[in-house]
Design a protein around this ligand. Structure first.
Ligand code: ZN
Length: 348
């Protein structure tokens, strides 16, 4: 019913407004990470212009903290921040939270969070109880980032793929987030592309998922194996010196022409191209935006990945799909959470 719409003045926003009243005053967006929490406060009126202006407004207040270990402390921190914004800036009508795990939308509970222990708490209900009069939207962090990316591009058909330590992403279709029946879907990193591939990290029981092949940790795992096989090579010497080979060091070795490092990026690019072709065929996005920490190594894999995808995707789909670096940047988490909350994106 009232799910978010990237253009808040359009249908989804109006439906939400009629049901819950438009967000006014300030809207707070909080991005909960495994180690850090970022928060930003935006005037509600300025959030309504993001799609039109194609840029994020400047937050009136932006802060970062260490992520508390337990759920009670996390909830306390979030509600304290909203109260602080209310004191320093003005009334807060909505809070949006991007969370590192699946959020069951009917209950607002976190399901399958990997980096943060919140037990079985109904996060949304707990925040609403602590913040009377403030409506709360909560969603997976990759979903809120995709929502922000769609808004700053004014694009209603977009897929965001974040390539970092893991692989995440979100899908906006018809201006709304695709979440599946309970809000737990769109796990783009856990789409298998190699039947006999390596085990997927984390709690995923599968093999050969995109996350098991096209992530920073996949690169580091493969670099370690190559280093052990070729201890006299450049990667082998890095492993001997540092005890591990980071994705950044691997990229530097590839740029210096190391054949092993180049081979790893070649395989990474091929797998990524297979994934991009599959996502394009299934969702037909206008834009596939690539975010995440591996963006600094795009020169080592993106041209090859795009060529692989072009050869594999359905041609009439691929020719209408642009693949570009994400634009929303570091603010995507807090901005997307605030946009969802402003849109009244509290799903039934
Ligand atoms: Zn998986």
């Amino acid at each position: 019913m009232a799910s978010g719409d990237v253009r808040l003045s359009e249908r989804g926003g109006e439906a939400a407004a009629a049901e819950e009243g438009p967000a006014s005053g300030f809207v707070v967006g909080i991005d909960v990470g495994g180690t850090k929490i970022a928060a930003a406060a935006y005037p509600a009126a300025e959030l309504r212009t993001v799609a039109e202006l194609r840029q994020a407004p400047s937050p009136r207040l932006a802060e970062r903290w260490e992520t508390p270990d337990d759920a009670e402390a996390l909830l306390d921190l979030m509600s304290e921040l909203v109260e602080r914004v209310a004191r320093q800036c003005g009334p807060v009508s909505a809070l949006g939270v991007g969370f590192p795990g699946g959020i069951e939308q009917a209950t607002g509970r976190a399901v399958g969070a990997v980096n943060i222990r919140v037990g079985d708490l109904p996060l949304r209900a707990e925040l609403e109880r602590r913040l009377p009069g403030c409506r709360v939207a909560i969603d997976n962090d990759a979903n809120v980032a995709a929502f922000a990316e769609a808004a700053v591009r004014d694009c209603s058909e977009l897929l965001l793929l974040t390539l970092g330590t893991g692989v995440g992403g979100g899908v906006v279709s018809g201006g709304r987030l695709l979440r599946g029946a309970d809000g737990l879907g769109a796990e783009l990193g856990h789409f298998p592309i190699r039947a006999d591939g390596p085990p997927c990290p984390g709690r995923c029981p599968n093999y050969g998922c995109v996350e098991a092949l096209c992530s920073g940790q996949a690169l580091e795992r493969d670099a370690q194996q190559l280093a052990e096989a070729h201890p006299d090579g450049q990667i082998g010497r890095l492993l001997a010196a540092h005890g591990r080979v980071s994705a950044r060091e691997l990229a530097a070795a590839a740029r210096a022409g190391d054949a092993d490092a180049l081979w790893l990026f070649e395989r990474f690019a091929r797998d990524l191209g297979i994934a991009l072709a599959g996502y394009a065929n299934v969702f037909q996005p206008r834009v596939i935006a690539l975010g995440g920490g591996l963006g600094s190594a795009h020169d080592l894999f993106l041209p090859r990945a795009l060529e692989e995808a072009r050869q594999r995707a359905l041609p009439h789909i691929w020719e209408r799909c642009a693949v570009e670096p994400a634009r929303a940047g570091e603010a995507a988490g807090t901005l997307g959470a605030a946009l969802l909350a402003a849109a009244g994106a509290i799903n039934p």
